[in-house]
Design a protein around this ligand. Sequence first.
Ligand code: AMP
Ligand code: ZN
Length: 447
Amino acid sequence: MRSPPSRILRSLRISHPAKCFQLRGLMTLAIETSCDDTSVAILEKTENKTSLHFHAKITSDNREYQGVKPVVALSSHQASLAKLVKHSLSSLPILPSAVAHLKNALLVTDENGTQIRKKPDFITVTRGPGMRSCLSAGLDAAKGLAVAWQIPFLGVNHMQAHALTPRLVSALNSNSANDPNFPFISLLVSGGHTMLVHSAALCDHKILANTSDIAVGDFIDKCARDVLPASILKESSDVMYGRLLEAFTFPNGPGGHNYIAPKTRTEELVSKMTEYKWALTPPLAETKGGKKVNSMEYSFSGLGSAVKRLMESRLDMPELERKALAKEIMRIAFEHLASRLLMALQSSEMQEIDTVVVSGGVASNQYLKTILRKILDQKGYQKVRILFPPPALCTDNAAMIAWTGMEMWNAGWRSDLSCLAVRKWPIDAVEDGGILGLDGWLKVEET
Ligand code: AMP
Ligand code: ZN
């Protein structure tokens, strides 16, 4: 029998178990297993407060494969999920025996003894999109819990959850679930996605731009492996090379940004010759006949190949020049992200947009924050807010799944126990009906 792969405990955040039971709170236990993170959350929403009673995540160790290997991720889910769920039960609110009855109570035994705790009202799980085998590990566990505890379950869309994350953040901070109010735009920049999404309502999302090749996080990771000195790569404890690239480029933080936004699009698209006698060309700037220069798509693979070629010819590149190259890579990639955001904001249908949410692992990059803000200000969008949810909530996590479950539950949606994991599940209604276009939804009239 193979032993489970070793894994990295990337974040483990557990709030103190809620001391006091809120009679009319709605509580869900949520599971996320769509990729390489196994995550479990318990979220409760009462009239006055939204509380994350439990939130933990275990990431499978894929370092030796330079990317996520599905079989490694699956074994990690299978080894970790049940343990995380077991661990989470000790954070369920304690139920005073006066209000405890079989329908709403669970007897939870842990190292501190046996307690009567409040049973979740429903289970939420990521149904898709993602790796089918990984999703199924979570979905099957969720169905098992729902059947055993005799409560409903909801299979939700992972990308919808990313889009709703800023509303979770507001609910946790101020109990205002409606900030940002619909409509808003999200720029999702992660290891697997580069997407600009317009969200008009809970289930009404439109993809404004998507990457036509690799994701920006993947691109940054590849560049980081080419540009970072070997000594830094060797010391890395995970595959978040993007974070290392930023730390290498800006050892003193944002003070080193010195960024001035280009005044014109021509200035933005030009290949700037550096003092080191190399220049990088912005993505889609020089496609045949300039056809793609203004198309609503992202592209990073060409820029990645140019960096690779440059580094192959300059294996002995000094550290200072590597830093200049890393800064140029980020500047061009982030200006490319900003260019499609600007095009979206300038279109006539987007005039009412006053909030842009930037989420995904790359959103923790401070240089990206500087560049987006300065470009929006330069183009007259000083009044458009840019929100960056905290990294723990904008990388893959179960808290956002729990929140999506909460919003879908309140809109009257439940899932049938027969529903299956789905690898592809576009949130854009134009493609196969979007979030509600899948089978397995049940609508409850009175909630
Ligand atoms: P996610 O797919 O949302 O879990 O995010 C992971 C991706 O975010 C990886 O490609 C990381 O290298 C990237 N990432 C994380 N932190 C940073 C950062 N500070 N700068 C650039 N990329 C980052
Ligand atoms: Zn994700």
